[in-house]
Design a protein around this ligand. Structure first.
Ligand SMILES: Cc1cc2nc3c(=O)[nH]c(=O)nc-3n(C[C@H](O)[C@H](O)[C@H](O)COP(=O)(O)O)c2cc1C
Length: 320
């Protein structure tokens, strides 16, 4: 029997949400996540990094036990510069994004735009040999428009010195919607020589268990929106039971209030703070009454926002 601790839950990178503030607070308030990933860091024109990306991955701004900085897969030279930068910061691991579906990125042959080009993937992965001290993983999808693409990439992936592969069981053309394809994931698992993580629509502890039962060969699951919705999801899986309703209510409120206080310290002006917190409610507690969520999203003042949040948590107490 596989030991419980051999199965890992990783927190997926979600651009705009899982920044250092969020990751640090989550790790200090909830258990069960073994690794956190930064949203992808990419090179700008002129081969410079965005100051915002550099701040987000700087070791002094990160307190989670294991942080995996992610870089956007593209041209070999870009990867060389990004890995060199991270190594210079003291990192010994990184993840390469081959899954981003945004047209602006994919049309330029980056992110998921790489998946239909095995020769380019192979050339990119050659760069890893120049960084023998870095443990690198790849986060990818089944393909850009056909799930056969990930199988065609197996020789290049298997030959590369990768520490793991994370496979989001969707195609690039699907974006973040539509059905996942666990069968195609299973076919990839059969041929993959590296530790593999399942990703895509894992929302509940039952979903985690189902993925593990269906694919006993996986090393774990990576979860994005499921953890943003229920920050206690990994903790509940590890503990084998759900949080008691009043504890959930209290800890979710604490988490919300801590995020609000942390962003209030960092962001200039109420408009930015409000936008940030409204973004958080795109995923957080999706079981909340739609009218109450709408009230949060319609606020234009912090005072109204605070009242709307109070109303959400009052309703949550009544639900119990
Ligand atoms: C708004 C948004 C931003 C994302 N940003 C990134 C990113 O920077 N890097 C990445 O590898 N994946 C990114 N993802 C994909 C997630 O990491 C994850 O693979 C995807 O949401 C499927 O997993 P989930 O259903 O558990 O959320 C993003 C997803 C969303 C919805």
């Amino acid at each position: 029997m596989e030991k419980e601790q051999d199965f890992e839950i990783h927190f997926a990178p979600v651009q705009g949400q899982t920044d250092a503030v969020y990751r640090n607070l989550h790790a200090s308030m909830f258990q069960g996540v073994k690794a956190y990933y930064t949203p992808f860091i990419r090179l700008e024109q002129g081969n410079t990094f965005r100051p915002k990306d550099l701040r987000d991955c700087a070791p002094e701004h990160n307190t989670v036990p294991r942080l995996v900085p992610q870089v956007l897969g593209g041209e070999p030279e870009e990867l060389r510069l990004a890995l060199g930068m991270l190594q210079g910061m003291g990192y010994r691991e990184a993840d390469i994004n081959m899954g981003c579906p945004f047209p602006m990125i994919a049309r330029r042959g980056k992110g998921a735009g790489l998946l239909s080009e095995p020769e380019r993937v192979q050339a990119l992965l050659e760069v890893l040999k120049e960084f023998p001290e870095m443990r690198c993983s790849v986060k990818m999808r089944l393909g850009w428009q056909d799930a056969g693409e990930c199988l065609a990439l197996l020789p290049a992936l298997n030959a590369a010195p990768l520490s793991a592969v994370v496979l989001h069981a969707r195609l690039g053309v699907q974006g973040y919607k539509g059905e996942t394809d666990p069968e195609a994931f299973g076919a990839f698992l059969q041929g993959c020589a590296h530790p593999l993580y399942y990703n895509g629509d894992v929302r509940t502890t039952e979903d985690i268990r189902a993925a593990r039962e269906r694919f006993p060969g996986i090393r774990g699951v990576m979860i994005g929106r499921g953890l943003l919705a229920n920050p206690a999801l990994a903790e509940e899986f590890e503990a084998g039971q759900s949080l008691a309703p009043e504890e959930r209510q209290r800890r979710f409120r604490d988490f919300h209030d801590s995020l609000l206080a942390a962003y209030a310290d960092r962001l200039q002006g109420d408009a930015h703070l409000l936008k940030k917190m409204q973004g958080f409610w795109e995923e957080f507690m999706p079981w909340t009454d739609r009218k109450l969520l709408k009230r949060i999203h319609k606020c234009s003042k912090m005072s109204a926002y605070r009242e709307a949040v109070n109303a959400v948590f009052a309703a949550e107490r009544e639900r119990e």
